[in-house]
Design a protein around this ligand. Structure first.
Ligand SMILES: [Zn+2]
Ligand SMILES: [Zn+2]
Length: 153
């Protein structure tokens, strides 16, 4: 009897859970501190040029949250519109990039997981804008790589 295709989610890289529940994080200088109230909807690594410049790094890993699930403990970040419909936030003192919002995903806020206190436990499930990944950055994590975003080209 042929095996039925496994409809379960494939295991994440290295078998770690990719979506921990409530978590805390903040910017480099500690002015901005936040907590998340629930697991994110998804975790993905973005290679696009805008995220590269905004984060100052070649890979920006985001976790997608319902906006009300991200709570700032005291100070709130400053915002910058990096392209039409897109707002990125950062610490006004140290400049750490913190979040991304777009009118394309109006019911989500995308949190840069590198600012979490336990960033390593948030495993990406995929890579997006892989076409903008530099050739020298070769990844063997077994995750899906999308040229832009899932569902597009
Ligand atoms: Zn700061
Ligand atoms: Zn990006």
């Amino acid at each position: 009897m042929p095996r039925t295709p496994d409809r379960e989610k494939p295991p994440t890289a290295l078998g770690r859970p990719s979506k921990p529940g409530p978590a805390r994080g903040g910017c480099l200088c500690g002015l901005i501190r936040y907590r998340t109230m629930a697991p994110p909807r998804w975790v993905a690594a973005c290679h696009c040029a805008d995220c590269r410049r905004a984060s100052g790094a070649f890979l920006a890993v985001y976790a997608g949250y319902i906006p009300t699930d991200l709570i700032y403990e005291a100070e709130t970040p400053r915002e910058f519109s990096s392209s039409p419909g897109v707002v990125r936030s950062f610490c006004p003192r140290c400049g750490s990039s913190l979040t991304y919002r777009s009118t394309r995903w109006p019911d989500e806020i995308h949190l840069l997981t590198a600012t979490l206190d336990n960033p390593a436990s948030f495993c990406p499930e995929s890579h997006v804008f892989d076409r903008e990944r530099p050739e020298w950055l070769q990844l063997a994590d077994g995750l899906p790589h999308f040229p832009t975003t899932p569902g597009k080209d």
